[in-house]
Design a protein around this ligand. Sequence first.
Ligand code: O2Y
Ligand code: MN
Length: 626
Amino acid sequence: EVHYLTIEKVGNVPVTKGNFQSLPAHVQTWLAQMIQLCTPKAVYISDGSQEEATIVTKKLVDYGQLSPLTKYENCHICRTDPRDVARVESKTFIVTNDKHSSVPHSREGAKCVLGLWMSPQDISKELDTRFPGCMTGRTLMVIPFSMGPVGSPLSKIGVQVTDSYYVLLSMRVMTRVSPDIWRHLAHGEEFVRCLHSVGVPLPAAQPIVNNWPCNPEKTMIVHFPDPRKVMSFGSGYGGNSLLGKKCFALRIAGRIAKDEGWLAEHMLIMSITNPKGEEKFIAAAFPSACGKTNLAMLTPTIPGYTVRCVGDDIAWMRFDKKTGELRAINPEAGFFGVAPGTNMKTNPNAILTCLKNSIFTNVGETADGGFYWEGLEEETPAGTEVTSWTGEKYKLGEDKTKKSSHPNARFCCPARQCPIIHSRWEDPAGVPISAIIFGGRRPEGVPLVIEAFDWKHGVFLASQLKSESTAAAEFTGKQIMHDPFAMRPFVGYNFGHYIQHWLDFEKDPDNKLPKIFHVNWFRLDENNKFLWPGYGDNIRVLDWIIRRVNNEDVADVSPVGLLPKKGSINLDGLNVDWDKLISIPKDYWASDIDETLKWLDEQLGDDLPQDIRKEIQKQKDRLSQP
Ligand SMILES: O=C(O)CSc1cccnc1C(=O)O
Ligand SMILES: [Mn+2]
């Protein structure tokens, strides 16, 4: 008697793993549409297991897209096609019927940088030249994932379809992938539909560089907030392809949060316990590559303080209906951090998190099977042979112009491995936020820390956030760029409506509104030297912030907000010029507030909330006082 293995099929496409028929009916319907559209050679339903990851990793090592970093346990390195190395804002679109649901009424002639809208009609024409048949010769993988602990009332579920094994492995680190997800969809519950393809049907029309299939000329990342859908084509990298991160957890979730009355923010979540044993949680928003991961995993330089990490990039926050507290979860399960600059001084906890089960992309590799990037000079013997992200071999110290890693090179590591991960980092109820911090790289004129006078003023401080540009964005060179709420590239709907959404939380008297602060670790003196040591010494500012949360009398009024009283921040052991660090050059601020109003008015037009215009006027009036 011969037992034929019954291969399940969807249409005429074999299902090589998992049981398609057992999936929730509405998921089957959507998947059948995706299979018909993308015409893969097979369907593979991921279960997120370690066994699966081991098999898929071996497949990628055999193919040559990953190679093991033999110095560590289960770590791998990947080099992309040099054309596919970062988020592509200029190809990232929001699609709604009404344009101004997605983008604000920018002033005539102003180039809107708060999102790109395309009409459903126009986007369909573009997508119709991309997705049909895009997975020919490839396997369509189905990834069921939860943003947030599976089953938490604060979590949301997505299903990602992709033809990239790299994405499957990375999503398993960055999100919770589990067959349990299907149970939570058993009654037709909503899920975010994420379709991703590297855009290289086989046989490939172009040579594939570094075994990294991609289609840069036709890359498009498209969001449909109303049906909670994302379609990403042509890029295999980071924010373009791990759709649970920026696309879902910020842009789509931001729209859901607007509809449901909560917040999806580009923020770290951490806790600080002071020498008295009092623990407070804070959330902090800094633009990309401005040090969120370093702050979230900070090693205090003064005794008696303990820092714990909940998350380093995204926070979902809602005011608890019973207690009025602002509760936050980190919807992610891993860290996808900027590698260059991370070392045992700037962020030892990040390094220690990466020593197993991690994927490194576009970093250098040492001859003895380790990772290397700029910033690890002290941890790596001079003369060590390194292979750069472009495949160039050289000896460290030989030639200062050689770069081992791309500036946006990333580590991708499980959050649970972080030595200081908080014991409540997966608490389904989230953690209570006492303070919200906004910050950026401001080399001139901006004091170390400012406390907002009140909620409206705090929302204004967030709206006027600016920062010297960095590697994560497409911009090059050192310019002071506006990045309101550190969300400029990530808001999924009209930014004016987003600011109003923040302002509206004040209307509910039960909401215990956290204090809002603005920090600047990056002020320079006249010799272009940093005035503040930063890194572990930032604990001194966090301590002041917490004492202000406890309403200690350690702040003075200034025209731009409340500033620390001289001597109220612990400077023991430091040699800082306090007056320079905290000064407010009136003429700098007078021109800064004018520039802020000009930019906000040009970008948002009549969508700029009146309360923000009023805050700007109040700041101008305060600055004009003698
Ligand atoms: O360039 C990419 O695709 C990565 S962008 C990124 C990744 C992790 C956390 N934050 C960011 C960001 O750009 O904010
Ligand atoms: Mn980020």
